[in-house]
Write a protein that binds this ligand. Structure first.
Ligand SMILES: C[S@@+](CC[C@H](N)C(=O)[O-])C[C@H]1O[C@@H](n2cnc3c(N)ncnc32)[C@H](O)[C@@H]1O
Length: 388
């Protein structure tokens, strides 16, 4: 589906944000003066033509606001490709589907790495942003891969065979922001007062309240009064729907997140929602709509259960550092001359991708499979599934 262009917003960042603020104010007004935070976040990220992932401002990499693993280094994509190649080897007529492809870098990294092994499977991309689709096509063309990728408008038809990969997709799903005191839950709303968006606590929607009830039943520790956390209501439904389309293959979900009992831990009392703006992380979620990223850590227990309910096997759960080491990250440096620029870049990338204080522990990998026997190469380290 073609995404409508923003009218009158201009392509200047300030113009985009001014137009998006007006769009959000209109919706707050139409809803009687208050909007759930999750809807505010949805508009901030995905309002057609204006939202952060839909507008023309830079996002990924040094010129943008944050750096994801494929932006750090092509070594990441080569590791993902190793896991994908294993699935291609076990599934007949297999394709690769990447969901939420950002700048297109992961696609080019995986395609180059697979071609290096003589593999040229169909490569599909499901991307909800028309602007990012355009940038992905441009990047792939520049990499000599024009024509190698086909974009889908929706989830694939049931019967998909192959590997589905999504890096930092779910952490960009809208989150409901909740506050819990003595078992009673409130949900954050956004109102517009004195020329600014402000947060207000209201009774939760029925959906948010029942999601929280289910989460709370799984927790082992009492929570401190005023405990703030998030629930991504759309994440399990998306995982189930995607999983149901896979006849044989793997759904690999890579994201910042934790198993449920660790995510909703009493020590994490202010939640995980953050904003990224020009490489600064902050908690001013209501400012600069459309110009700053918003993301929340993912509840991997919810994703694993959703996959299982679609009949998938929870084949692996691990950390980024363990996945990358298992798929040969360090071996990629063996061909580089120690002390060369390429070697120093490699060493920097390894640190960024694997150190616990960087992305190594906070980013997790969940593999959900159907009709694939045996262990998966990326999950050959310690088995973290009992944590789910
Ligand atoms: C945080 S970015 C990650 C981009 C890329 N995977 C990377 O690692 O650099 C999230 C991406 O998911 C896309 N996206 C968000 N929701 C989506 C959905 N429901 N279906 C397809 N793409 C989606 C966004 O437009 C964006 O490309």
């Amino acid at each position: 589906m073609k995404e409508p262009e923003a009218r009158g917003a201009g392509s200047e960042p300030e113009g985009i944000s001014t137009a998006l603020k007006a769009r959000i104010r209109e919706e707050i007004h139409a809803q009687g003066g208050t909007l759930p935070f999750s809807r505010f976040m949805d508009l901030c990220l995905y309002a057609p033509g204006l939202g952060y992932y839909r507008n023309a401002a830079p996002k990924f990499g040094p010129a943008g606001d944050f750096v994801t693993a494929p932006e750090v280094s092509a070594h990441f994509g080569r590791c993902v490709a190793r896991q994908v190649a294993e699935v291609l080897d076990r599934v007949p007529d297999a394709a690769v589907l990447e969901v939420g492809a950002g700048s297109g870098r992961l696609a080019s990294q995986v395609l180059h790495a697979l071609a290096g092994q003589g593999l040229e499977p169909p490569y599909l991309v499901l991307e909800s942003s028309a602007e990012l689709k355009r940038r992905q096509a441009e990047h792939l063309h520049g990499e000599g891969l024009g024509g190698r990728v086909e974009w889908l408008d929706d989830l694939p038809a049931p019967g998909f065979q192959g590997a589905v990969v999504a890096n930092e997709l779910i952490d960009a799903f809208p989150a409901s922001l909740l506050r819990v005191t003595d078992g009673a839950v409130q949900e954050a709303h956004v109102v517009h007062e004195d020329e600014a968006f402000r947060q207000a606590w209201r009774a939760p929607s029925r959906e948010a309240a029942s999601a929280w009830e289910a989460i709370h039943r799984d927790l082992e520790h009492p929570l401190p009064a005023g405990y703030v956390c998030e629930v991504q209501l759309a994440a399990p439904a998306w995982t189930r729907a995607m999983g149901a389309r896979i006849a044989q293959g793997m759904l690999l979900l890579i994201d910042y997140g934790y198993p449920r009992r660790e995510l909703y831990h009493p020590d994490r009392r202010t939640g995980t929602l953050v904003s990224h703006y020009r490489h600064r992380v902050h908690h001013d979620l209501l400012v600069r709509p459309g110009l700053q990223d918003l993301s929340a850590h993912v509840d991997f227990t919810a994703l694993a259960r959703a996959g299982a309910s679609a009949g998938l096997r929870v084949a692996g759960f691990t950390t980024q550092s363990e996945f990358l080491l298992a798929t040969g990250l360090l071996a990629q440096g063996e061909r580089l001359a120690p002390g060369s620029d390429a070697y120093l870049q490699f060493a920097r990338a390894v640190k960024r991708l694997t150190l616990p204080a960087e992305m190594g522990e906070a980013v997790k990998y969940l593999a959900l499979t159907r009709g694939i026997n045996g262990p998966l190469v990326g999950f050959g380290g310690r088995d973290h599934r009992p944590r789910l």
